[in-house]
Design a protein around this ligand. Structure first.
Ligand SMILES: Cc1cc2nc3c(=O)[nH]c(=O)nc-3n(C[C@H](O)[C@H](O)[C@H](O)COP(=O)(O)O)c2cc1C
Length: 194
């Protein structure tokens, strides 16, 4: 059975539009094939950014090829799945800091990527497809730096060949019809080629 990791970086999840889109995508993926979904709710994980002590442990682990330290736990989990769905609202041209803390922990050399002798990153993860689901109050245009980072990390570091973004935008513009925008986004998810 295919293993899928759902990384839920939503805040106010009961009312989150991003969460609604992500769940629709998960339903679609489940309907398409046999998938086992593991959900990681980042809000519940107590994620802290790397500090001197944890960075030192990570550097030492990578140098020794010993990834038993807990600092590698999220990277090991991510590296072992077949598909990934990341959901995060569009905040401040990016995503919540919660997701940044998590992504920082994923970038563990020796687990999710390595460098060639020429310094070129080579992916080590198993996943062949990653999704980034977001919703925005306005329109992101060329300024979704959160997606830019997720896309670069997934493709260039982790070596995931198929990385896609799904969104609903303009949701906080009072003259917009929010239900219609959401219905369009849900339809787009239904029609996404798998
Ligand atoms: C802290 C915060 C920062 C936000 N920053 C932006 C922003 O930079 N641009 C924008 O268009 N909308 C911004 N928004 C609006 C959200 O993108 C929008 O409401 C989104 O749909 C929230 O997702 P959710 O319903 O899943 O919580 C922000 C909202 C919050 C709470």
């Amino acid at each position: 059975m295919k293993k899928l990791l759902y990384i839920d970086a939503n805040v106010n999840r009961a009312t989150s539009r991003t969460e609604r889109l992500a769940q629709a995508l998960l339903d679609r993926l489940r309907a398409n094939e046999d998938v086992e979904v593991t959900t990681l709710v980042l809000e519940d994980e107590g994620l802290a950014p790397l500090n001197s002590a944890r960075l030192a442990r990570r550097t030492a682990g990578t140098a020794a090829g010993d990834f038993s330290d807990p600092v590698f736990a999220y990277a090991k989990q991510f590296a072992a799945v077949d598909e990934v769905v990341i959901a995060a609202p569009y905040w401040d041209f990016s995503f919540p800091a919660l997701l940044k803390n998590y992504l920082e922990l994923l970038c563990a050399q020796g687990v999710t990527f390595n460098y060639s002798d020429e310094g070129v990153p080579t992916g080590l993860v198993r996943a062949t497809r990653a999704w980034y689901v977001t919703t925005a109050g306005g329109y992101c245009g060329d300024y979704d730096y959160g997606w830019a980072q997720v896309d670069a990390l997934c493709r260039l570091y982790f070596g995931i060949p198929d990385v896609r973004r799904l969104s609903a935008e303009g949701l906080d513009i009072v003259t917009n019809d929010v239900d219609e925008i959401m219905a369009d986004a849900l339809r787009a998810i239904e029609n996404e080629p798998l």
